[in-house]
Design a protein around this ligand. Structure first.
Ligand SMILES: C[S@@+](CC[C@H](N)C(=O)[O-])C[C@H]1O[C@@H](n2cnc3c(N)ncnc32)[C@H](O)[C@@H]1O
Length: 190
């Protein structure tokens, strides 16, 4: 990600970056941490319902969908969502979701559901009981004052067997913070 994008970036500013095509932060390859740890996240489970946070248009979503899992994402940049479906040649439909003041982009088989909205409006009345979470750079993109609010929303969405893999650098997120937020369930992998 370019240095300019770090720090306090509002949802409107993220949306403008997407609109203007200033998306150098997008990763077009599967993240090495994903490849290394995906088996731990799946834990021999099939049809896992997985939450992708602030996902841009990450290719890991297609990877999991191809393997029969369920992919739910929350992203404020509409271009990211449209690009994801178009680039992967997946047919979809769009419906308004007033609860999150946004839209749902749903694949025709229903297994990919991408919400275009501000994550802080997302809640368990819309989707819940996630069995896995993939957070790659999302927590790092959260403004410092909002980190705890962000973590509390995730905690309200997950089921008790959920495995959450968070990839973060230590600029704004420390292991100690993660340990406190996720209590006993925290493990550090490199
Ligand atoms: C640093 S990028 C990470 C992209 C992706 N995780 C990856 O690895 O390529 C942060 C993404 O979060 C989205 N975003 C930032 N704040 C958001 C919010 N409050 N609600 C929903 N999406 C948000 C941005 O549009 C951007 O695509």
């Amino acid at each position: 990600m370019e240095e300019d994008y770090a720090g306090d970036v509002t949802v409107e500013e993220w949306r403008k970056l997407w609109k203007d095509g200033k998306t150098d932060f997008v990763n077009s390859e599967v993240c090495p941490m994903f490849s290394k740890h995906v088996d731990k996240m799946l834990n021999s489970r099939e049809k896992v319902k997985r939450l992708f946070l602030f996902y841009g248009k990450v290719v890991e979503m297609k990877w999991l969908w191809d393997k029969g899992h369920e992919v739910v994402g929350v992203e404020c940049g509409e271009e990211a969502i449209k690009d994801f479906f178009t680039e992967n040649k997946i047919d979809y439909s769009i419906v308004e979701v007033p609860e999150v003041k946004g839209k749902l982009y749903k694949s025709d088989d229903g297994r990919i559901r991408l919400y275009c909205c501000d994550f802080y409006l997302f809640n368990s009345a819309v989707e819940s009981d996630f069995e896995a979470v993939w957070d790659s750079g999302a927590l790092n993109a959260v403004n410092l004052d909002d980190q705890e609010k962000y973590v509390n929303i995730i905690k309200s969405l997950i089921g008790n067997k959920c495995i959450n893999l968070t990839v973060a650098d230590e600029l704004s997120v420390t292991c100690e913070k993660l340990r406190n937020w996720f209590n006993g369930g925290f493990k550090n992998y490199t």
